[in-house]
Design a protein around this ligand. Structure first.
Ligand code: SAH
Length: 241
């Protein structure tokens, strides 16, 4: 049976990975047979939840993670600025936990993700299977040494020294294709943009940071949520010319 997602009117959520087992929560437990029902189900203590097949995003929020992943707010800007779509071919490095690679794979035609560490490759393999993706290929290669793919629409880099990938990226990207580099700190952004500006094969577009501020809305207590996420990274956008 497909993985199920449960949510109640209070916004409490559960992902049921194994529908062949009972599931215990602080609201009581569900019996394994309950997950076959459609619509509303109740715990043994009578708390009601809505049940449905888990969607891509319900699963993506629960992927295994080890390296720092690119958060959804930043993935959103990558998708909107580059216009990737079901025809696009994407290369990504390093894979890390595969958060970005897998999110993009759900939108584009194919993703090839480069990773030098075998322990991370195992995590990405697990996540690809968990999400049921068929269009992600993992390569155990150093992206600074070359990209095998050609005519690529987007290369996304989340690496300590992204400028070292520029000559590989130049050969892989189609003219007009995008390069986006994600870096947590400004010295990396400075070096990357400086190298891009000196390279006549690229046009530098912009560097942005996405600040998402979630608000608490409880009656008249309406204010920014106190434990908001802090800084993640800067996104630099470049086009192959
Ligand atoms: N964007 C990923 C996280 C990447 S973390 C996500 O959303 O999940 C950075 C990863 O880059 C690490 O796993 C590291 O092993 C890998 N890496 C570092 N240098 C690399 C290189 N030259 N080629 C390929 N992968 C590299």
């Amino acid at each position: 049976m497909a993985k199920k997602f449960l949510i109640n009117t209070g916004g409490n959520k559960f992902l049921i990975k194994d529908t062949a087992k009972d599931f215990h929560t602080k609201f009581g437990f569900f019996k394994k047979g309950d997950f076959k029902s459609k619509g509303k189900i109740k715990t043994n203590t009578g708390k009601e939840f809505s049940v449905f097949d888990a969607g891509f995003i319900d699963l993506h929020r629960k992927i295994k993670r080890d390296a720092q992943i690119i958060p959804l707010k930043d993935i959103g800007l990558i998708v909107s600025e580059t216009g990737v779509n079901p025809k696009s071919k994407v290369v990504d490095a390093g894979s890390g936990s595969g958060a970005l690679a897998c999110f993009l794979a759900n939108i584009v035609k194919e993703v090839v993700t480069y990773e030098i560490r075998e322990d991370f490759i195992k995590i990405v393999e697990y996540n690809i299977k968990f999400l049921g993706l068929k269009n992600v290929k993992i390569k155990n290669k150093n992206i600074y040494e070359g990209i095998d793919e050609k005519n690529v629409d987007l290369v996304a880099l989340d690496l300590p020294e992204p400028w070292r990938a520029l000559s590989s990226v130049k050969k892989a990207l189609k003219v007009g294709g995008f390069l986006v580099s994600y870096s947590p700190s400004i010295p990396q952004v400075m070096d990357f943009v400086d190298k891009v500006r000196k390279n006549k094969n690229f046009a530098y577009i912009k560097t942005s940071e996405i600040i998402e501020r979630e608000w608490e809305v409880e009656g008249r207590k309406v204010r920014p949520r106190s434990q908001a996420i802090g800084h993640s990274g800067f996104l630099s956008f470049v086009r192959r010319i």
